[in-house]
Write a protein that binds this ligand. Structure first.
Ligand code: NAP
Length: 315
């Protein structure tokens, strides 16, 4: 593969044939975001494309918020097959989609676009990506778990909560810095927790304040802790949970994967709990996206290997 530039821009899309002349395979897939230069999706998706012998490559395109409509239009005109959408465009892109898959519609956010027959199809592969990542890492199904979700008010938190509810998890406790968002989501999801599953002395769905005592009580009735906040990416970030709150039986899934061992994962380890970072979610959302584009399974080992190598190179 002839390697493309690290990052393209929206003005580049206006002169695409000239800019990408001779580039083999031709760029026909992209990740768009602001910023986008650190995205690990290109090496992962290019490994899948190469392995499947598909004559296309996947590139990064830096798209600022005011450039989004123009970018989508250009991708359509240029015959792109699809695009992954990352921060901050996952919600903003929804009005440009002609057909929204039900899960994406429910979440209100799209991270995968498919361009087909002059139409734009929108999907959310973050939610099923999380489900697959948990199967992969812990050999568990969401439906069997009592889950505490930190960061329930954010985009990834909302996607995770909706996937947990759709999979009929045993119990879901929503926590968010801005508590009103978690409370609103708990009200929205409550009807899905009214079946006959039993949870013992506690509510099956609840929003609880981000306070040590409240969390300590809830965590007695929890199997899986998910961090869907931004906390953990920077060394100076406050801790997500203090170590003594984590119990040895807890599974801890941190959506953050940079650094690979976040403070939360370090705390889990100290307490004898199993914890993993969000790299597997990135992998499985990428696998789901590939399936939306090509209606076939990519080579998971190739993608996993490329992703691990790319992540290691970044740390
Ligand atoms: P987002 O929509 O901006 O949401 C951020 C969330 O973090 C909100 O719940 C926010 O609470 C909370 N938060 C931010 N700063 C906080 C602080 N100082 N203290 C407590 N809570 C804080 O972002 P997102 O798209 O959901 O992404 C969230 C995280 O998930 C990011 O780290 C992202 O990299 C990760 N992610 C990983 C994958 C993967 O494949 N592994 C996929 C998607 C996202 P408020 O509501 O109070 O603002």
């Amino acid at each position: 593969m002839q390697s493309s530039r690290d990052v393209y821009t929206v003005p580049d899309l206006d002169q695409w044939p000239a800019i990408t002349v001779g580039l083999q395979p031709p760029p026909r897939l992209a990740v768009i975001g602001d910023p986008v230069e650190h995205s690990l999706s290109p090496p992962m998706q290019n490994a899948a494309l190469q392995s499947a012998r598909i004559d296309a490559q996947y590139v990064r395109v830096h798209v600022k918020p005011d450039e989004l409509p123009q970018a989508i239009q250009r991708f359509k005109e240029l015959g792109f097959l699809g695009v992954n959408v990352t921060i901050p465009h996952k919600t903003a892109v929804v009005p440009f989609v002609d057909e929204l898959e039900p899960m994406a519609k429910r979440i209100g956010a799209v991270n995968t676009l498919l361009f087909e027959d002059r139409r734009v199809f929108g999907f959310n592969s973050d939610a099923p990506g999380l489900r697959q990542a948990l199967r992969d890492e812990f050999s568990v199904d969401l439906g069997d778990l009592r889950i505490l979700l930190l960061g329930a008010g954010g985009g990834a938190g909302r996607a995770a909560a909706i996937q947990c509810a759709s999979d009929h998890c045993e119990r879901l406790v929503l926590v968010n810095r801005t508590p009103e968002k978690a409370e609103a989501l708990a009200r929205e999801l409550a009807p899905e927790f009214q079946d006959s599953k039993l949870s013992g002395p506690v509510d099956r769905i609840a929003a609880v304040p981000w306070e040590e005592n409240a969390l300590a009580e809830e965590l007695n009735y929890i199997d899986l802790i998910i961090n869907a906040t931004n906390l953990g990416m920077k060394r100076t970030d406050p801790e997500v949970l203090s170590a003594p709150l984590i119990q040895p039986h807890h599974l801890v899934y941190d959506m953050v994967y940079r650094p690979p061992k976040t403070r939360l994962l370090q705390a889990a380890e100290e307490q004898g709990a199993r914890g993993v970072n969000g790299l597997s979610m990135l992998l499985w959302q990428g696998i789901e996206s590939f399936e939306y584009w090509f209606a076939r399974r990519p080579s998971v080992p190739s993608m996993r290997k490329a992703l691990r190598e790319a992540a290691a190179a970044f740390t």
